[in-house]
Ligand binder design. Structure first.
Ligand SMILES: C[S@@+](CC[C@H](N)C(=O)[O-])C[C@H]1O[C@@H](n2cnc3c(N)ncnc32)[C@H](O)[C@@H]1O
Length: 298
């Protein structure tokens, strides 16, 4: 049995990888982040245990994965890519330390996909040949002088709450207040919203934007209008999950486990998986029943 640390992509459920979707459709237990698309949570088998991670501390998540991974096929579904501000490294180290087999299935990070969805290429020949991604939840601790100086595009994660101070600090340290900037909220989803403004005015412009939001600073933001005109304007937002990659849980019902395993590992089923899953998980799960989400099928 194994744990798959799977990147769910930035929000549009169609942006999960084929391999990641296969694992979701074959899991016994799905431990997922709140921001993961509901459509992907629904792709787990009907009788899989679903646990929303956000009620748990990181140590509890690590312990849960270790406890369950010994006996079950567990998918840890994380927003974007597991290893980019996703604490996937901590979970991988906990599993490695406990000797639990695991695999890492990368995901489409919001880093480039969310700006792209808004019509902003994070690099562009002649405008930007470097991207600096950083966590901006604690603006005072950032090396603002280095960020102001580094050439190319800045992409700030978790930067909405401190955006006013972030902009101030970048400007204080030499980034021109006129530098184009954007905030993209809920990028790649039907709720996507984008505002653009010069760095000196971006905090005010983004005042009522909801999270999750990514802040992009750099000349590439100025390409957005032309890119939108050229192609993306009015493009429908997909909520589609690819069907061709694998059969769906609903389509395969009882034979799902055997069929989906075939594509990525040796066939191992010995007993009807639903009964194995329910009884063993009940014994192994350290989390209290209240930590299982309302989407749980229990
Ligand atoms: C804890 S980090 C996780 C990043 C994730 N591992 C990734 O690779 O995209 C969460 C932050 O990512 C950014 N983010 C993730 N998804 C986003 C989206 N769809 N739209 C805008 N920002 C997003 C926001 O800055 C959010 O606060």
């Amino acid at each position: 049995m194994t744990v798959a640390l799977v990147g769910a992509g930035p929000g549009d459920p169609g942006l999960i990888t084929v391999k990641g979707l296969q694992r979701v459709r074959a899991c016994d237990v799905l431990v997922y982040d709140r921001l993961v698309a509901a459509e992907l949570v629904d792709e787990a088998p009907a009788d899989a245990l679903r646990i929303e991670r956000d009620h748990l501390e990181q140590d509890e998540v690590n312990d849960l994965l270790v406890a369950l991974g010994d006996h079950h096929d567990v998918v840890r579904l994380k927003g974007g890519d597991p290893f980019l501000f996703g604490r996937g490294g901590e979970e991988a180290l906990a599993l490695a330390g406990a000797g639990v087999p695991f695999e890492i299935i990368p995901g489409v990070s919001s880093l480039a996909s969310v700006p792209a969805s808004a019509g902003i290429p994070v690099t562009h020949r002649g405008l930007s040949s470097a991207v600096t991604a950083f966590a901006a939840h604690d603006v005072e601790r950032l090396d603002a002088a280095a960020l102001a100086r580094v050439p190319g595009t800045l992409v700030a994660f978790m930067g909405l709450a401190g955006l006013e101070r972030l902009a101030e600090r970048l400007i204080e340290h030499g980034r021109p207040a006129a530098t184009p900037a954007a905030v993209v909220s809920a990028g790649t989803t039907a709720r996507e919203r984008v505002v653009t403004a010069p760095l000196g005015a971006i905090a005010k412009a983004a005042e009522d934007m909801p999270t999750p939001a990514l802040v992009v600073v750099g000349d590439v933001v100025s390409l957005r209008a032309a890119v939108q005109r050229a192609g993306q304007r009015g493009a429908p937002r997909s909520r589609e999950i690819p069907r061709a990659a694998s059969t769906t849980a609903a389509e395969t019902s009882g034979s799902r486990f055997r069929r989906s395993r075939r594509s990525f590992g040796p066939a191992t089923p010995t007993a009807p998986i639903a009964s194995v899953r329910r009884s063993k998980i009940g014994a192994a799960t350290p989390a209290s029943p209240s930590s299982a989400s309302s989407r749980s099928t229990a």
